[in-house]
Design a binder for this molecule. Structure first.
Ligand code: KIV
Length: 304
């Protein structure tokens, strides 16, 4: 592995060599650091942050530019090798190409993102072209695009009819044509994702899109078992951190309430003579304590 930031030509070379690309979402410095130490190629500061970090239920739509910039800045600050993708939130590229360029520039300039991602084809194609023309690489995203989940009839698999599958292939090709350096395929049948992956020169990154994509992405909280409740079938859990964290917090609460924490090893001491002096002083009435302290201060040598 070459040192330094993963470059887009190196990413493209992974596809040519048939080596899988690994992407995970990241929203904070510890997560980014651990992902980098684990050898992850791409960190997506996804607007899924709305659901897994910011407490919005089942929607990414309310996430703001300021929130995304804050999270991206945090991840970019620590990520050395992985490519940092700033996910453009709903409303940040929907109004005009100019608006899209302005917001993409903010991701790169103010938050340190290497590249940006946006959802959809159709009206998003001119946004991709505009942002790429401004010198910022763009990752596309088709299939289930959560920002338009209401229009898609909910969080549902896309491309299940032949006509819808053909449309997905056309959309992915159009995104490549518009200048995307990679395309995320979310919740699409495996044969459709495989066909798109064969037809595209740029890498595809799948999430619920089967094994034939050039890479895979999962949401950090889902794969680590930090998300609870219903999870999509495409999630594989590699740990159950919710349970571990809850157990640890319960043990802490129990120890505080029973006095088992803190123990001596968690406390600080002071020199015996200072403690003796302190205890003597505390026995004095408040008024004489103040004048005693003033006398000590005036008679103690001053530092030069
Ligand atoms: O926002 C996000 O985390 C995403 C991934 C699910 C691909 O877009």
């Amino acid at each position: 592995m070459k040192p330094g930031k993963l470059t887009l030509p190196e990413l493209a070379a992974l596809k040519s060599r048939g080596e899988k690309i690994v992407m995970v979402t990241a929203y904070d410095a510890p997560g980014a650091r651990l992902a980098e130490e684990a050898g992850i190629d791409i960190l997506l500061v996804g607007d899924t942050a709305g659901m897994v970090v910011l407490g919005h239920e089942g929607t990414t739509v309310p996430v703001t530019m300021e929130e995304m910039l804050f999270l991206t800045r945090t991840v970019a600050r620590v990520a050395k090798r992985p490519l940092v993708v700033g996910d453009m939130p709903f409303g940040s590229y929907h109004v005009s190409d100019e608006d899209a360029i302005r917001n993409a520039i903010r991701f790169v300039k103010e938050a340190g993102a290497d590249v940006v991602k946006l959802e959809g084809a159709g009206p998003s194609l001119s946004r991709v072209q505009a942002i790429v023309s401004a010198g910022i690489p763009v990752m596309g995203h088709v299939g289930l695009t959560p920002q338009s989940a209401t229009m898609l009839g909910g969080f549902k698999t896309q491309g299940k009819t032949a006509a819808a599958a053909v449309q997905l292939v056309d959309d992915a090709l159009a995104l490549e044509q518009a200048g995307c350096f990679a395309v995320v395929l979310e919740a699409v049948p495996s044969p459709v994702a495989a066909e798109i992956t064969r037809r595209l020169e740029v890498p595809t990154i799948g999430i619920g899109a089967g094994p034939d994509c050039d890479g895979q992405v999962l949401v950090y909280h889902d794969l680590l078992g930090l998300s609870e409740g219903h999870l999509p079938r495409f999630v594989k859990r590699y740990a159950n951190l919710s349970r571990e964290i809850r157990d640890a917090l319960e043990a802490y609460a129990h120890d505080v309430r029973t006095g088992a924490f803190p123990e001596e090893q968690h406390t600080y001491e002071m020199p015996a003579e200072e403690l003796e002096e302190f205890e003597k002083t505390m026995l004095m009435p408040t008024a004489s304590r103040a004048s005693d302290q003033a006398t000590k201060r005036s008679s103690s040598p001053t530092k030069t």
